[in-house]
Design a protein around this ligand. Structure first.
Ligand code: UDP
Ligand code: MG
Length: 314
């Protein structure tokens, strides 16, 4: 029988844990008895850990990991994923903004043969600022990221254990999990849902943490920032050349006299352009070092056929 793993990072979620647990129990009663619920306490300052311990004492399917301090949502999620043993792994938030009911649909899709099922939010009840920064951010990411990272999905998703196995091979330190899962490939699909408000407590994602996550997305999956030097360089050189040509033309044909400072300004402007180009070249090398240092696998195999046992195709 298939086993299901739920991974739930929790940061100051004392009021939500019990409710989430109850809901998942009810839900899974219909689907399977073979499941585990892994909570990762991400350095909470409230009674989260005590509540988790109580739960775990009464129900062996509930497991918890207590991190030594607040490492952030992506790190906490990684900790949970590292210890999962299910055939299908569902990651979700603790605040019931990822409604457990949606899981039923996700499991259905998984049984149809999809290795990754993303839950995609239909609406955003966030405030004006958060809503529009999110829209523009996803546009930017869509345009420049090296892999196609789906829009409007966070970390509410189901992955097959084979995807998890490959994810385990991605050892990078700054983790943007939704991008990493997208990078892995595999057959994926979406389940749409309306995202409700957080049930109890306050959002642990401060602006600071959100910005860091957004930066990780851009920096880890796009080399655009490094290419800026190229654009600036070309811009300065082209503009400088136009100015210089005009000044030469003007002096030769109209006998206009330009002061030395004007000649110098234009020449120095162009020299800046050359410097930008050099910085860009440097950037390309730094980018390659960065890519190498992530030590990602070169390819990911979905299936293989007819190989002898002793040939080790990973
Ligand atoms: N979370 C965490 N560590 C943090 C911040 C948040 O583990 O430093 C957890 C939190 O308990 C919740 C999930 O990550 O389960 C999403 O956090 P939150 O609800 O604050 O984010 P939002 O819904 O505002 O994006
Ligand atoms: Mg939330």
């Amino acid at each position: 029988m298939e086993k299901y793993s739920f991974v739930v990072p929790a940061y100051n979620e004392e009021k939500n844990i019990g409710i989430l647990y109850d809901k998942l129990c009810n839900l899974m009663a219909e689907i399977s008895q073979n499941w585990e619920l892994i909570f990762v306490n991400d350095g909470s300052r409230d009674r989260t850990l005590d509540i988790l311990k109580d739960l775990a004492k009464n129900d062996k399917r509930v497991k918890y990991i207590d991190l030594s301090r607040n490492f952030g949502h992506q790190a906490a999620l990684t900790a949970g994923l590292d210890v999962c043993t299910g055939d299908a792994i569902i990651s979700m938030d603790c605040d019931l903004q990822d409604p457990p009911e949606v899981v039923v649909k996700m499991i259905k899709k998984w049984k149809e043969g999809y290795a990754i099922v993303y839950a995609r939010r239909q609406n955003r009840q966030d405030n004006f600022l958060k809503k529009y920064t999110a829209i523009w951010y996803y546009k930017l990411l869509d345009r420049f990221a090296s892999v196609n990272i789906p829009r409007n999905v966070a970390d509410f998703r189901l992955i097959d254990s084979k995807v998890l196995g490959k994810l385990g091979g991605m050892k990078e330190q700054s983790r943007y999990l939704r991008g990493m899962v997208a990078w892995l490939g595999f057959k994926y699909t979406f389940v749409d849902f309306d995202r409700p408000e957080r049930l109890h407590g306050e959002a642990g994602y401060t602006w600071e943490k959100s910005i860091k996550l957004a930066m990780d997305g851009i920096m880890n999956f796009s080399m655009l920032p490094l290419k800026l030097g190229f654009l600036l360089g070309v811009f300065a050189i082209v503009l400088g050349t136009i100015f210089l040509s005009y000044m030469i033309f003007d002096s030769v044909f109209h006998n206009t006299r330009y002061e030395l400072i004007k000649w110098l300004t234009v020449v120095i402007f162009m020299a800046f352009g050359v410097q930008f180009i050099l910085i860009w070249i440097l950037g390309e090398y730094v980018g390659r070092i960065y890519e190498e240092s992530k030590d990602r696998p070169v390819y990911i195999i979905n299936e293989k056929g007819n190989f002898d046992e002793d040939i080790d195709v990973k």
